[in-house]
Design a protein around this ligand. Structure first.
Ligand code: IMP
Length: 174
């Protein structure tokens, strides 16, 4: 009954990579202010660790969304279950997500955000599973490209469990 968890990316590796991405974002937006949107719930650990290491001024906000018909086919609509508090018009916006899988949810979410008139809009994801991609999404900052495996930890869940693991793991058997 108890799932076995295999470590795919260690806590040290994840943290080191997050420092590198934070340094890159800080460099790219030198002298600017950025508005970071953490995507709930999976992106929350990555978002908080990343923003702690960014050296330019950060406005932090969160959003939760799902595409209708998740698990089967997307209807082409995004359901925003928690919207932003901030107005993003004219701001440099970075969306921070845990993983890009089929790309359906993010594609719709990014279209929704683009319509609000940000000065720039970038996507930052901790993991990218390109083998699973169904719709094209431009990833501007990526932590790790991973194979087509179901991963957990660092915000990602398996039946709502394991989000709080400080590393990226794979569930083996049940
Ligand atoms: P998609 O890119 O629209 O297919 O959906 C991406 C979302 O699916 C992510 O934000 C995660 O919440 C979830 N997801 C996709 N792959 C995994 C995985 O391997 N483990 C945990 N959640 C995943």
């Amino acid at each position: 009954m108890k799932e076995q968890i295999q470590v795919m990316i260690s806590e040290e590796e994840v943290n080191a990579r997050i420092s590198e991405i934070a340094a890159q974002i800080s460099e790219d937006f030198k002298g600017e202010e950025i508005l970071v949107i953490g995507i709930l719930r999976g992106g929350v650990y990555f978002c908080t660790e990343l923003t702690k290491k960014i050296t330019v001024p950060v406005i932090l906000d969160f959003m939760e969304a799902s595409s209708y018909g998740a698990g089967t086919e997307s209807s082409g609509q995004v359901h925003i279950t928690k919207d932003l508090i901030e107005d993003i018009a004219g701001k440099h916006v970075i969306v921070v997500e845990d993983i890009v899988d089929t790309g359906r949810t993010l594609r719709l979410l990014l279209e929704n955000l683009k319509a609000r008139g940000p000065k720039s809009l970038k996507l930052c994801t901790l993991l990218d599973k390109p083998q699973r991609r169904v719709v094209e999404v431009q990833v501007d900052y990526n932590g790790f490209v991973i194979p087509n495996k179901f991963v957990i930890g660092y915000g990602m869940d398996y039946a709502q469990k394991y989000r709080n693991l400080p590393y990226i793991g794979v569930v083996e058997g049940e």
